[in-house]
Write a protein that binds this ligand. Structure first.
Ligand SMILES: NC(=O)c1ccc[n+]([C@@H]2O[C@H](COP(=O)([O-])OP(=O)(O)OC[C@H]3O[C@@H](n4cnc5c(N)ncnc54)[C@H](OP(=O)(O)O)[C@@H]3O)[C@@H](O)[C@H]2O)c1
Length: 227
């Protein structure tokens, strides 16, 4: 299958969470104010190293992320949002002028909602049915039609889970952060279900680890052999 080189980047707390469970409008306590400047710079460099950044709809609804480079360093990559039923508000900041935006919808997305996103300048990819889009063909279109050779997936946990289950990550990159989020219903890096295709727990091998102040940056690649 033709697809971009694809990796996930996730900031995870000492207790293995990526965010408290919140409703739209509830502020995120795990924001830039909590993260060190060194890690914010690492995050910015990772964004600058790719042609595309992908997230799920909840990241937009909860955080209204722009997904663009901070401090105007370099060219912002194409933003990609997975939004099966085209529910993203047209006021979302990810539709601003910073960079192109592509929304991946399914064949069940209402045409009028898709049209409203197109009128705001978004490119549209149609893949699969229902709320969850079919990822392999969508990634193929991102490479073939939008020139995305390197794709970083920033979240959230539901999207990472789908990507891992479909075997679409070349690397998993973690930033282990020196704080505890807590909460049994908080969001974890791979949410929804712990039952994997063919009943096999996905395994990885460590290829890089670096200490950055109180943080640890870790890179893993898929591992077929038993560690
Ligand atoms: N710490 C970090 O590094 C980090 C980074 C990013 C985000 N976050 C946090 O993660 C949270 C959001 O994560 P989340 O798990 O709630 O949601 P999410 O992964 O951002 O979005 C999931 C939604 O995306 C849509 N989607 C469409 N196709 C999909 C597919 N094939 N697979 C999966 N999703 C698909 C669905 O929307 P519908 O079902 O609504 O149609 C699905 O519910 C936020 O709290 C955010 O702050 C943390």
């Amino acid at each position: 299958m033709v697809r971009p080189f694809t990796f996930m980047l996730v900031a995870v707390s000492l207790d293995g969470k990526i965010s408290p469970r919140r409703s739209p409008g509830q502020p995120n306590p795990v924001g830039p104010g909590l993260i060190s400047d060194e890690i914010m710079a690492l995050h910015n460099r990772q964004r600058a190293s790719v042609d595309g950044i992908m997230v799920g709809l909840n990241c937009i609804l909860l955080d209204d992320s722009r997904l663009s480079l901070r401090a105007g360093e370099g060219k912002s990559p194409t933003r990609v949002v997975l939004d099966g039923l085209a529910e993203m508000p047209v006021t979302a900041r990810v539709l601003n002028e910073d960079a192109p935006t592509v929304v991946v919808v399914s064949h069940d997305a209402p045409i009028d909602r898709v049209k409203r996103l197109e009128d705001r300048g978004a490119g549209i990819i149609v893949s699969g049915r229902g709320r969850f889009v079919d990822l392999p063909p969508a990634l193929e279109r991102l490479k073939e039609d939008h020139g995305i050779e390197r794709l970083m997936v920033e979240g959230g946990g539901t999207v990472h889970r789908s990507m891992i289950a479909a075997g679409l990550y070349d690397e998993l990159r973690f930033i282990l952060c020196p704080f505890v989020i807590g909460g049994s219903r908080s969001i974890t890096p791979a949410g929804r279900s712990a039952f994997w295709p063919r009943g096999e727990i996905p395994r990885y091998r460590l290829v890089e680890n670096k200490t950055l102040g109180y943080y640890i940056y870790l890179v893993y690649k898929p591992e077929m052999e038993r560690p």
